[in-house]
Design a protein around this ligand. Structure first.
Ligand code: SF4
Length: 358
């Protein structure tokens, strides 16, 4: 049956696909950047990040040579910072081993840090017309419904089987279009959460789930493990002009990023005072801020916060804190969007927010 969907799907795609900046030029580097960004964020949200990133780092050489803080700053707001670190590692390998060009070879692409089957398939097929599939969540959803397959799409064995099935029907010379058409159908028509637009679907007449009324039950996706909940207390410590930030450890969650000082648990005002004493800081005023939360892939932070006003921050320079003015915190120091709610308190804006009109 999958053979039958190829022509109507490509025809639909040619007619109806969205114009996306990274699709127009079929540049392997741009496809790579966009695919990594799209793993974590919606298309509309990715556009401004993609444009800024490729303007600042227009090619693999620029990515390979970029300083760490600038790189993380460009990624700020997208999260999953290891992905951009891996991209830089891969860029360095491409400079060393492949003359600065992403290789037109699926296995060689797969060998690069951070590039798995899906990303290698997307680059190989879209940029180089290599007949390999690119199976992501959108594609798995479409195929599960079309074939009314109730295998768990979180399982590697399901992905591998779907890759094989698609490889067998990959149209010669049009693999890029075919893969993009499947992704686009999943993103625009065969969407999740009970809102599939079967009435507008170019594959409706082939679709077994539609025929048997099982669209709502597919795909089968076993629930991921529950996130761990962590309570944290965030301190915005500032004098008239400066605020305190510190660097996170080089390993683990948000490695190497800058952050407001924050601590395990929800601390009381008295506990915060004690902690500040440890830094040799004497607060003039402590004010409670509103609670906030941030969801990472495996953990959720439930944060409370305090704004702490200090007379002269720099005289108390001590331990791991560094004191910077708000403008350089915004422009120079990569800070995770997890702190956005507290950053706003000082008109400091993080990630995409800082480019938006006030
Ligand atoms: S008919 Fe509906 S369920 Fe089937 S592929 Fe199209 S949108 Fe998805």
């Amino acid at each position: 049956m999958l053979e039958e969907i190829v022509e109507p799907l490509i025809e639909w795609y040619r007619r109806d696909h969205r114009i996306l900046p990274w699709r127009e030029r079929r540049d392997p580097y741009e496809i790579w950047v966009s695919e990594i960004m799209l793993q974590q964020t919606r298309v509309e949200a990715v556009k401004p990040f993609f444009e800024r990133f490729t303007r600042a780092l227009p090619d693999i050489r620029a990515l390979a040579q970029c300083g760490e803080e600038e790189l993380l700053k460009l990624w700020e707001g997208l999260g999953y910072y290891n992905r951009v670190r891996n991209m830089q590692k891969a860029a360095k390998q491409v400079m060393e081993n492949f003359g600065g060009e992403l290789p037109a070879d699926y296995e060689k692409l797969r060998s690069l840090p951070g590039i798995g089957n899906y990303t290698a398939g997307a680059i190989a097929s879209i940029a180089y017309e290599i007949p390999v599939p690119a199976v992501d969540g959108n594609v798995l959803r479409v195929i599960s419904r079309l074939t009314e397959d109730d295998s768990d799409i979180m399982k590697q064995s399901t992905k591998t089987r779907v890759e094989k099935e698609l490889l067998a029907v990959m149209p010669e010379g049009r693999s890029g279009e075919f893969n993009q058409a499947l992704m686009e159908l999943g993103a625009m028509i065969c969407v999740p959460n009970g809102t599939a637009k079967c009435g507008e679907c170019p594959l409706a007449k082939f679709c077994l789930a539609r025929e048997h009324g099982t669209v709502m039950e597919l795909p089968v996706k076993k629930k991921a493990k529950e996130r761990r909940l962590e309570d944290r207390t965030v301190l915005i410590i500032l004098d008239g002009e400066h605020l305190a930030i510190r660097r996170r450890p080089a390993r683990g969650l948000l490695a190497g990023m800058f952050e407001f000082p924050n601590y395990d648990g929800h601390l009381s005002r008295e506990e915060v005072l004690e902690l500040l004493k440890g830094y040799g800081l004497m607060p003039l005023q402590i004010r409670e801020l509103e609670n906030a939360r941030h969801i990472f892939s495996h953990v959720e932070w439930k944060m409370c916060g305090y704004a702490v006003r200090i007379a002269a921050l720099e005289e108390n320079r001590k331990q791991d804190l560094i004191f910077v003015d708000v403008d350089s915190a915004q422009e120079k120091y990569p800070m995770p969007a997890a702190f956005a709610a507290y950053a706003r308190y000082m008109n400091l804006r993080l990630g995409q927010e800082k480019y938006e009109k006030r």
